[in-house]
Design a protein. Structure first.
Length: 134
């Protein structure tokens, strides 16, 4: 068996926007919505413009967006996740994304701010290209 090594917390590189209960997006509408979200992320100064988006269920989506200025260090990362302005930022960006989906014909949609924890955002973005909505 391989030896398991302790992995140090490298900080915060990404934010997760977890969208639930968003109905009415077929595959074509979901792809168009991904393009809308990508344009929004690229225009947001807090985000680098790199993102991955995944359809998690019939009415669920996750958007993982890279921060333009990553937070380095364990102590700094812990403090970052406790900031109320971070939760409010995730809620505001998520609500903008939901509004774009509604403009494409979707109904409903909530942003789950329970995703604002370091354990939910530690996955790195794909090294090559961007994942599309599925």
């Amino acid at each position: 068996f391989p030896t398991i090594r302790k992995v140090e917390d490298a900080g915060v590189e990404n934010l997760l926007f977890d969208v639930d209960k968003l109905d009415g997006l077929g595959p074509a509408e979901a792809r168009a919505w991904f393009d809308d979200v990508r344009a929004m992320v690229r225009g947001d100064g807090c985000l680098s413009g790199r993102l991955a988006m995944n359809r998690t269920s019939r009415s669920g989506f996750q958007i993982l967006a890279q921060l333009s200025a990553p937070v380095h260090g364990t102590a700094e990362a812990r403090a970052f996740w406790r900031r109320t302005d971070v939760v409010e930022y995730v809620r505001a960006v998520g609500e903008r994304a939901i509004g774009m989906a509604r403009a494409r014909g979707a109904t409903g949609g909530i942003i789950d701010t329970g995703c604002v924890t370091r354990s939910r955002c530690g996955r790195p973005l794909p090294a090559v290209g961007e994942a599309g909505a599925r």
